[in-house]
Ligand binder design. Structure first.
Ligand SMILES: Cc1cc2nc3c(=O)[nH]c(=O)nc-3n(C[C@H](O)[C@H](O)[C@H](O)COP(=O)(O)OP(=O)(O)OC[C@H]3O[C@@H](n4cnc5c(N)ncnc54)[C@H](O)[C@@H]3O)c2cc1C
Ligand SMILES: NC(=O)c1ccc[n+]([C@@H]2O[C@H](COP(=O)([O-])OP(=O)(O)OC[C@H]3O[C@@H](n4cnc5c(N)ncnc54)[C@H](OP(=O)(O)O)[C@@H]3O)[C@@H](O)[C@H]2O)c1
Length: 274
């Protein structure tokens, strides 16, 4: 367990932050992953799946901001985020030490492509994520609109290890007891977590499990097709590129807010990974 040094101890947050929100809770999932909840600005409206810029005051007195998917649904009174801890990362080397009562900066201008409006109507939607790319789907899986729009929702999440899947696993498990959407989720949401570098009941990359047909066989589903299937993708650049090719092989085409089609993509982070 790493030592938790309150951010409020650092000179960076002694001053009142612009666009400040208060940290309400923090949970560390692994040495490299944590989630936290902050107060929600009363005026903030967003579509589930969008991201905002959040951060802390840098040592130079200027805001140090990074893009973060909002992991909570748009009806939630608080905002949740799910974060990597990049060793020596300008923001996350500090952000990982936040504690309840600390303040973070949150620029209230949500944007993004992983929104229902960017897809044509369909019967089944696939949420395809690696690593922290599950964050926008943590929002969308908790949004009643997801279950109103689709007959089936398939969440594929792949990480190297079992521990890295835990945030998503607990979230999905909790959905079934959720008073707001528990009944809507029942029978509709199919969760398919896999690992690639540790034994687990299902293993393998999302790309391979789609191409080989393994995920369809394991879940008893018909293969993807352009007429019925829609997909949203969030992972590393390499994953996004490879899974787009797989989706195209099933006939799906990339859409956008301005031109809805069968799938949409967003980067979970910029770069090759830490
Ligand atoms: C649209 C968008 C949404 C994002 N949403 C999230 C989110 O919900 N949660 C989150 O943790 N990050 C998210 N990111 C990444 C985030 O913006 C920062 O890069 C991350 O917080 C690290 O910040 P840093 O200043 O510590 O390091 P940076 O200097 O920003 O990153 C250093 C390096 O760390 C690696 N890296 C950064 N983020 C990740 C990551 N999430 N997973 C694996 N490797 C990473 C990359 O190689 C990067 O070059 C998002 C990025 C984009 C573009
Ligand atoms: N997770 C760890 O234990 C760990 C430890 C030390 C450092 N890091 C670093 O932290 C960074 C982020 O790690 P991460 O595990 O969140 O991200 P990642 O390296 O992108 O891997 C996340 C998952 O995506 C899969 N994947 C990667 N590229 C893919 C592609 N092109 N197509 C399909 N699937 C793909 C990986 O499978 P594969 O396993 O088959 O690549 C893995 O299961 C990485 O760059 C890594 O170097 C991670």
């Amino acid at each position: 367990m790493t030592e938790q040094k309150p951010v409020s101890d650092t000179a960076a947050t002694k001053v009142h932050l612009p666009d400040a929100q208060t940290v309400l809770s923090v949970k560390h999932w692994t040495d490299a992953l944590f989630s936290f909840r902050v107060s929600r600005p009363q005026t903030l409206r967003f579509r589930s799946g969008e991201f905002v810029m959040i951060g802390l005051m840098g040592d130079n007195g200027k805001p140090l901001l990074r893009a973060y998917s909002i992991a909570s649904p748009n009806w939630d009174e608080e905002l949740e985020f799910y974060s990597i801890k990049v060793p020596d990362g300008p923001l996350t080397s500090k952000l990982q030490h936040i504690q309840p009562g600390d303040e973070i900066i949150l620029r209230p201008k949500p944007v993004g492509t992983l929104v229902h409006d960017a897809l044509l109507p369909g019967k089944r939607v696939w949420f395809l994520a690696t690593g922290t790319g599950i964050a926008p789907f943590a929002s969308l899986m908790r949004d009643p609109e997801t279950y109103e729009k689709y007959e089936e929702v398939v969440m594929m999440h792949t990480c190297r290890t079992v521990a890295e899947l835990e945030y998503g696993r607990q979230l999905v498990e909790g959905l079934h007891d959720d008073p707001l959407i528990g009944e809507m989720v029942a029978g509709k949401l199919k969760y398919y977590p896999t690992t690639t570098r540790e034994a687990f009941h299902h293993t393998g990359r999302i790309t391979d499990n789609l191409s080989s047909g393994k995920v369809f066989a394991d879940l008893g589903l018909a293969p993807m097709d352009r007429e019925h299937d829609r997909a949203m993708v969030c992972g590393s650049l390499a994953f996004n590129k490879d899974v787009m090719a797989v989706l195209e092989s099933f006939g799906l085409r990339e859409g956008a807010n301005s031109e809805p089609r069968e799938y949409v993509v967003e980067k979970a982070f910029v770069g090759d990974g830490v």
